[in-house]
Design a protein around this ligand. Sequence first.
Ligand code: ANZ
Ligand code: ZN
Length: 818
Amino acid sequence: QTEFDHTRIERRWQDRWDDADVFQVPDDADDPTYVLAMFPYTSGELHMGHVRNYAITDAYARYRRMRGETVLHPMGWDAFGLPAENAALERDTDPDAWTRRCIERMREQFESLGFGYDWDREVTTCDPDYYRWNQWLFARFREAGLVEREASAVNWCPGCETVLADEQVEGAAPTASTSGDGDGVCWRCDSPVAARELDQWFLRITDYADELLDDIDRLDDWPAGVRDRQRNWIGRTEGAEVPFPVQTPDGEREMTAFTTRLDTIHGATFVALAPDHPLAEAAAERDSEVAHFVENVADPDADDPQGVVTDMTATNPATGEELPVYVADFVLSDVGTGALMAVPAHDERDHAFATAHDLDIRPVVEPADGSEVDVLEAAFSDDGVLVNSGEYDGLDSAAARERLVADLPGAEATTQYRLRDWGISRQRYWGTPIPVVHCDDCGPVTVPDEDLPVELPEFVHTTGNPLDAATEWKQTACPECGADAVRETDTMDTFVDSSWYYLRFVAPDLTDAPFDTDRANDWLPVDEYVGGDEHAVMHLLYARFVTKALADLGLLDHREPFDAVLTQGMVQGEDGAKMSKSGDNGVSPERIVSEFGADTARLFVLRAARPAKDFAWREEGVRSSHRLLQRLYRLSTTVSGDVEGDFDSPAAAYVAHEVDATVAAATDAYESMRFERAVREMTDLFELLTRYRERDENEPGVVARGVAAVVRLLAPIAPHVCEEAWRELGHEGFVATADWPTAEHEMDDHERDRSLVENTRSDVRQILDVADIDDPAAIDVVVAPAWKYRALELARGIDDGDVVGAVMADPELRQQGE
Ligand code: ANZ
Ligand code: ZN
């Protein structure tokens, strides 16, 4: 038997593709199809999730190339980040050397899997030639007013006297937990970690909140779940800010409450302040009980909402009533104004607080459908019709909000967002140095373009912020006044690197700009972007923001980076649990490639499920994929390349029709990246061809045409063995650049149905035999489902009793027909 030796043939074809520049895109290409996989973090090891991700884009890119398109399918490395720094510390090396080794390994793994990348466009984010453009963009953003410096909390270890990343805090990091200090300890010295305020750099993504939100509606080819999560992340709420006069022992003050339900203002029975609201802090100075509450804030484990009453009252501007003022833990200082009017009858949190503190619950909105609700029992939080609200009674909630915001003195309609500005300061070594020099006289000065890149100094082994310990590197002259000054010692969040790398692939060696604007305008947006669901919110949102900001800087003419996005599902372990490198259910891609071959690995991950769905690894599934490829190869070695022949006999016509139908269905499946469906179509056809070929009176031309179709249809998924088979079929060039098959001998529907109905019983018997159907009842009706349905239509027209009878006997078909 002819077996192919996958190790030998895979290597050979990889070299041939490489020598022939099959995947290279010339710079003067006109608007190539841009297929992109999220570039990997340089951990040094590919896992099965990567294999799946990259098999998806590679199959799609190869498909589009065979359709005759020029396809840009580049690859690069997301190479900065804390793990390299930790690995370097553990192994007593430096992050640069470590990362370079990881890249070498991963590139080899990519190549061994036969992924067709234009390696001439490789991009590595830790190269000074790349990260200088992060610095350049920071400078442009700062000029444009998109950069802010503000105090913000970091995790502080008092033992090591250093800032820790969330990942370096064991337990809850104080900056990640919503209240209090968290219970986290330092990964090195086990000291309790505290929050500490430090000046940090922010990019003003909130300037784009509205556009980022509104444009989501136009991202039709993004997964609905991703779009929803982006909407929630931005979290726009329309509301109003209303001033309340406040009586304090120190005289009258004013406080502004933020509310989304101004229609409920007649039902406000108290006012609540966040513990760090200025009025709360003033009250704390007068009253030790308030002080105690403010300092200790709340016990996060307590069930009841906690708070303390103050010596102040607030005047409800709608009713003139005096309301007690509380300081309460459920009021967040960074939402709205940090002060709210509480309406227990219509807000759950207010209800819980009022119940615990015995405060009034007064209904002012009733359900519009007239149904009864008991607000003492639970808050009624829907919109409805106003009651107990004086002249506003009878209005619906929306109308009441509009009237009230106009009537109440000082009230203003406002919009609030959940989205916060993007903090990019990291107190770590392995990232892009933030290009700023701190001068005593000039303040923080941006490093001029001609002094970029600010390169990283040599790695410093230290517990603290490594750049802070790089004493020589730190000392410099102020670019403005020339005085002694110190460099900024924070580096950028690595999400900055990945927010624009897709632009760099367009001209990776450009030395005077981050990207070539003309070519980027021609080649982008990315047509198909594929990656992990874990990047559905932040990475994609940052990339969208950066694209919009670049458009406003005049550097791009489009405002969205990715036309279509696909988030692929997870590859789980054989036991259905998450497959992890550390866990014992991990499957090494290297082992699979050496044991079964890259084609098998790719075929398995692409046929196991549709790309968006999770699936569990099955070693048996891998074996069966391997067997399928072996059989296909064997078949290809035994057919003649001659595709001419007599297609007229019923069985031959049936097979020829199935070839055409498969080409059409598989093409359709490829268009929507449903590789598992495409494989199913091809496998069915392959089985049919095998059976047909075993018959005495088979028509070799029909088989040859079928095999040539299957080989091309499968080539994007299992490219090496298909190259080998393509050659066996007598072709000179690469299947990778061959024309996609078309349905050549296709009869039109009407012709086909007529020939079908006109077949004699013995013809039909032959067809059923080839189609591997031995149900005698099926003989009266031809079996391919599409045919059945058409046969029904046709039978109605020509009133053929036999066909109608058979169709009617089949409950499923009868239903379709009715
Ligand atoms: C009165 C009211 C009546 C409210 C009612 C709601 C329902 P969402 O809707 O989640 O966006 N709020 C205002 N500032 C707050 C703060 N700093 N911390 C916690 N809660 C705050 O939140 C908006 C609502 O949350 C606001 O509308 C306010 O309560 C409360 F029947 O005002 B509402
Ligand atoms: Zn200066």
